[in-house]
Design a protein around this ligand. Structure first.
Ligand code: ADP
Length: 458
């Protein structure tokens, strides 16, 4: 390899392990970090060396300890950092501090993190690039009467969104003029407490859309390619639960238009590294919603249908690799294959019979599925592991591949059935209901599917 000598992964759990694996395949030594609460976590042992970070800090704050992480990188000789997703992945200060220290950030630069961390700024970029956006306010809204005016001229329902929102949080649907005042106040105070800024904006609420997102890779020479789309419409409370690649319900013309729009947007701003452009699709039309400037949880299924390792690609790009010279192993656009279908289910330690309350304790039994066309990405997925209440409840990502969508779905169902987990409750029974449901199998679903299908919860 060229410049990158050793990679520190500033993350935990399954994504840290997934990145360590890629590094090992590329013959790059790895450095892990772990909080006090994660002293027994598996990711720490999957790194070649690992260090305690954020001593005395709260469990989440430990992984947000920018200076602590930089000190570990320097002491261990890591000259590159992969942030994974969540935590510092979209933190422009972190990217800037690494730049200052001469440490390579495996992701876009601080400029693009700043642009896409703020949904209002991102929207402006999309408009400038000529990409369709959802009818919305021109910028942030500070006076409640502007919300009502927007609702009157565009018709209800509308949605108030936190400019800095993420993870399906910081959104409030407003169904009528009577609801505006309270919704506006609540949206602002929620935004303030969750994201540190009470800035909000308003969009028309699109009813029954599909969530379609396009995986992008961009290099430092201005080349941008897309790796097709994922359908992430199977959501619970605006958070993704099951994802599919490619979508089974997009007509070919529309798919091309969406993928081309994503490339056009990222080209217009000279995007570098892996990113995802998200759209809502309704009645044959598509609308930009946001860009996620990082690797995503659901990148696995794009890897399964294209054969391209996205983390390898990220490292190649950060190392100065050119997408179009063949030296990275990433083919140019018209050579990127798309083969079969893949589905990912997010298995979480949540109790579907108790409003998805996170469960904690010891995994007394843990046996996973397997077989042809199956991929498992787990953090602490093993017998004896202790699941703590401090972090995200994702236990294992189960991804399956098939020549047809039905085949991939049948493999998913069979795999979920094969899991044996005792000691902790998981959402597996719920996921089984989703992937067996006729509407899922026939593509007759939208982002409201889970919330409007009570039989899934039985
Ligand atoms: P986050 O950054 O929190 O993930 P997004 O803007 O990506 O937020 O939206 C997440 C989900 O919220 C979407 O997939 C969709 O289900 C819903 N959503 C967001 N904006 C709208 C809208 N204007 N109309 C309808 N649904 C929306």
């Amino acid at each position: 390899m060229g410049e990158i000598k050793k990679i520190l992964v500033a993350n935990r759990g399954e994504i840290a392990i997934r990145i360590f694996r890629a590094c090992t395949e590329l013959n790059i030594p790895t450095v892990g970090i772990y909080s006090t609460e994660d002293s027994g976590s598996f990711h720490r042992y999957k790194a070649d060396e690992s260090y305690l970070v954020g001593k005395g800090k709260k469990p989440i704050d430990a992984y947000l300890d920018i200076e602590g992480i930089i000190a570990i990188a320097k002491d261990s000789g890591a000259n590159a950092v992969h942030p994974g997703y969540g935590f510092l992945a979209e933190n422009e200060e972190f990217a800037r501090r690494l730049e200052e220290e001469g440490i390579i950030f495996i992701g876009p630069g601080s400029k693009h993190l700043d642009m896409f961390g703020d949904k209002v700024k991102a929207r402006t970029q999309a408009i400038n690039a000529g990409i369709p956006v959802i009818p919305g306010s021109d910028g942030p809204i500070t006076i409640v009467s502007e919300v009502a005016t927007f609702g009157e001229s565009n018709g209800y329902p509308i949605i108030i969104k936190a400019s800095l929102g993420g993870g399906g949080r910081g959104m409030r649907i407003v169904n009528s003029a009577e609801e505006v005042e309270e919704a506006f106040e609540r949206a602002r105070s929620e935004a303030k407490s969750a994201f540190g800024s009470d800035e909000v904006y308003v969009e028309k609420y699109i009813s029954k859309p599909k969530h379609i997102e396009v995986q992008i890779l961009g290099d430092t020479y201005g080349n941008i390619v897309h790796l097709y789309e994922r359908d992430c419409s199977i959501q619970r409370r605006h958070q993704k639960v099951v994802e599919i690649a490619p979508s089974i319900s997009l007509e070919d013309g529309l798919r091309e238009e969406i993928c081309e729009s994503a490339v056009k947007l990222m080209k217009s701003i000279g995007y570098i590294n892996a990113g995802t452009v998200e759209f809502l699709v309704s009645d044959g039309r598509f609308y930009f919603i946001e860009v996620n400037p990082r690797i995503q949880v659901e990148h696995t299924i794009t890897e399964m249908v294209t054969g391209i390792d996205i983390v390898h690609s990220q490292i190649h790009i950060a190392n100065g690799g050119n997408l179009h010279e063949g030296e990275t192993g990433i083919p140019i656009q018209d050579k990127i294959p798309l083969f079969g279908y893949a589905i990912q289910s997010r298995v979480t330690t949540e109790d579907p019979l108790n409003d998805f309350m996170p469960d904690t304790g010891k995994l007394m039994v843990y046996r996973s599925g397997g077989g042809f066309g199956v991929r498992l990405d787990a953090g602490n997925g093993f017998q004896g592991a202790v699941i703590t209440p401090f972090y995200d409840s994702l236990l294992v990502k189960v991804s399956t591949w098939g020549m047809t969508f039905r085949e991939a779905a049948a493999k998913m169902d069979r795999n979920l059935q094969e899991f044996r987990i005792r000691g902790i409750k998981t959402n597996i029974p719920f996921l089984e209901n989703v992937v067996k449901h006729t509407n899922f199998l026939t593509g007759k679903y939208d982002t409201g599917f889970i919330d409007e299908t009570p039989e899934l919860f039985l």
